[in-house]
Design a protein around this ligand. Structure first.
Ligand code: ATP
Ligand code: MG
Length: 558
């Protein structure tokens, strides 16, 4: 499956690619998506996935999936597996095998030796703190480390001994020898190898030195002959280093790094580190909690890959700020589900109604299609009985102006069924409405009542036939648009206490055997999805609310 079928939106990266193809600089487009397996992917990564894999598809090129696994302490197999699953769920397939930066560790080491031989890298003994002092600031140039002028032979010997494990963690680093006075701090002799005794998910304990990201990334791109290396804007200042490293070495290609702006989504956060905090501090049930902006969380909530694709298409690619309202994403999901989800009825806040003039066997309910525009969805019988559930919020004794639902003495249409009048309100001793006694107009099945207009249409369920279901109503995870923007307060303080409400509701018998991850529209309530973990067809029914409906449905006569 690929949902990448929409007309592409032009953007500056496309223009660059088209110019490169036109000029003959490239005959093929090769991109890569390079996640670090230190967490689950989020909606920001979805933007990058759609960009990289999407461009490869559009220009009949290819896209690699490469794990940037240079920080062993934070990385895990679980994350790496989940990331692959997420990319495939998004509808994309990488070319060939999954790549790992760690596959290149030996080559990266060889290139570092090459830099040393050229006099362009040296082993430094300064402590991390001293190195910071020596680095200078934006306004003051750095000063050279006393170890900067070590001989090539000494550097080769020390680097080899770093690898052999002769020195303690942090005791030495290998640095590129570039320019301590550069206006770009990234060029002030950046570290390219550090000593770190950490078990690596792929290479185990084979290495006690690990290459730094900036050094690793450009060489990995070059070895894979990536043509366009797309990354987010915070790497703009690193580009001179990307180019410097490749200019020194005999690599098979020199990819072009191009930066675009990160997606930020209001009312949520797009940082793996902070999402991890939500998980470890148990503010959410896990990475796949449906409130999380993770791909797996959105999937569990009922978002579709196609809806997410459309979202990334709408937000576009540029270098300007990309802060987007959650409503844009929700609208894309809603529009996608509109054609995809079968319609059924469910009641989330049940109020019992007894039909006084219903005689078993005499009344029939109508067959109802699962989708108003798609007959191929099929249909089901909506059973009727003497006791029904309606939504408590569809009844009031004190109707505001314009109220079209049920009131004492008033009438409504039961969706796909009769017009019903409320004759009596039953209350408990505290004065709460606990039941309504109503009567139906037998002449209104599939036709309008004679001599009067009934505008309101409400959903309902036959109490005898309805199935109990756990229904989880999700709202935004945070109460403020930019929860991580307050420097004085932890973002977790802004968690929306009403972001999850669990109710015991009722659903139509037609959904009994729905498999996990089935999408429905519960009429008038929103789009819902059967839970991928806790929904057992025919047994415990669990539904997650994906998104509410913008408009309540039309007032046609059932
Ligand atoms: P985080 O800060 O959440 O850990 P990251 O950039 O460190 O994000 P990586 O795993 O390194 O995460 O990212 C893989 C790719 O996804 C990179 O090319 C990165 O630029 C891109 N990416 C990450 N976050 C976003 C975002 N919010 N918008 C667009 N692209 C993103
Ligand atoms: Mg990163």
């Amino acid at each position: 499956m690929s949902s990448h079928t929409q007309v592409p939106v032009p953007h500056f990266i496309r223009n660059i690619i088209e110019a490169d193809l036109a000029s003959g600089k490239h005959t093929d487009v090769a991109t890569r998506f390079p996640p670090e397996p230190n967490g689950y992917l989020h909606i920001g990564h979805a933007k990058s996935i759609c960009l990289n894999f999407g461009l490869a598809l559009d220009y009949q090129g290819h896209c690699n999936l490469r794990f940037d696994d240079t920080n062993p302490e934070k990385e895990s197999e679980e994350y790496a597996r989940a990331i692959q699953e997420d990319v495939q769920w998004m509808g994309f397939q990488w070319q060939g095998e999954v790549r790992w930066a760690s596959d290149y560790f030996e080559q990266l080491y060889g290139f570092a030796v090459e830099l040393i031989k050229q006099g362009k890298a040296y082993v430094d003994d300064l402590s991390a703190e001293e190195m910071r002092e020596y680095r200078g600031t934006l306004t003051h140039p750095g000063k050279p480390s006393p170890y900067r002028e070590r001989s090539i032979d000494e550097n080769l010997d020390l680097f080899q001994r770093m690898r052999a494990g002769e020195f303690a963690d942090g005791a030495k680093v290998l640095r590129a020898k570039i320019d301590m006075a550069s206006g770009n701090i990234n060029l002030r002799d950046p570290a390219i190898y550090r000593i770190r005794r950490a078990h690596h998910i792929r290479t185990g304990d084979a290495w006690c030195i690990y290459p730094m990201y900036d050094y690793t990334h450009c060489i990995s791109d070059a070895l894979e002959c990536i043509t366009h290396s797309l990354c987010t804007l915070e790497f703009e200042d690193h580009r001179p280093l990307y180019d410097w490293v490749l200019d020194q070495l005999a690599v098979p290609s020199h990819p072009r790094q191009i930066e675009f702006s990160r997606l930020e989504l209001r009312y949520t956060i797009t940082s793996k580190r902070k999402l991890l905090q939500l998980v470890t501090e148990q503010h959410v049930s896990g990475w796949d909690d449906p409130r999380m902006p993770t791909i797996i969380g959105m999937r569990r909530r009922g978002y579709t890959p196609q809806g997410i694709h459309e979202f990334t298409r709408r937000i576009g690619i540029s270098k300007s700020e990309n802060v987007v309202d959650m409503a844009v994403l929700e609208a894309c999901i809603r529009e996608d589900l509109e054609a995809r989800a079968a319609r059924v009825m469910a009641v989330v806040k049940p109020l019992k109604v007894t039909i006084s003039n219903f005689v078993a066997g005499e009344s029939q309910s109508r067959e109802a299609g699962f989708h108003p525009e798609h007959p191929e969805f099929g249909s089901r019988i909506v059973p009727f009985s003497k006791e029904i559930w309606i939504e408590a919020d569809d009844f009031t004794e004190n109707p505001p102006a314009g109220w079209q639902r049920l009131t004492p003495g008033g009438e409504v249409r039961l969706r796909y069924s009769y017009v019903m009048r409320c004759d009596e309100v039953v209350k408990d001793i505290a004065g709460n409405v606990i039941e309504l006694r109503c009567s139906i107009d037998q002449d209104t099945l599939g036709k309008n009542p004679v001599g009067r207009k009934v505008k309101g249409v409400i959903h309902w369920l036959s109490a005898e036939h309805a199935l109990p279901a756990e229904i989880r109503l999700y709202d935004r995870l945070f109460t403020v648009p930019e929860p991580d923007n307050d420097k004085t307060r932890d973002f977790c303080e802004f968690i929306n206490p009403a972001s999850l409400t669990v109710v015991q509701g009722w659903v139509e018998p037609a959904v009994r055997d729905a498999v996990p991850e089935t999408h429905y529209q519960f009429e008038r309530l929103g789009y819902f999805c059967t839970d991928r973990h806790e929904h057992e067809p025919g047994r415990k029914l669990t539904f997650n609310r994906t998104v509410t409906l913008k408009d309540s449905w039309a007032k046609d006569p059932g």
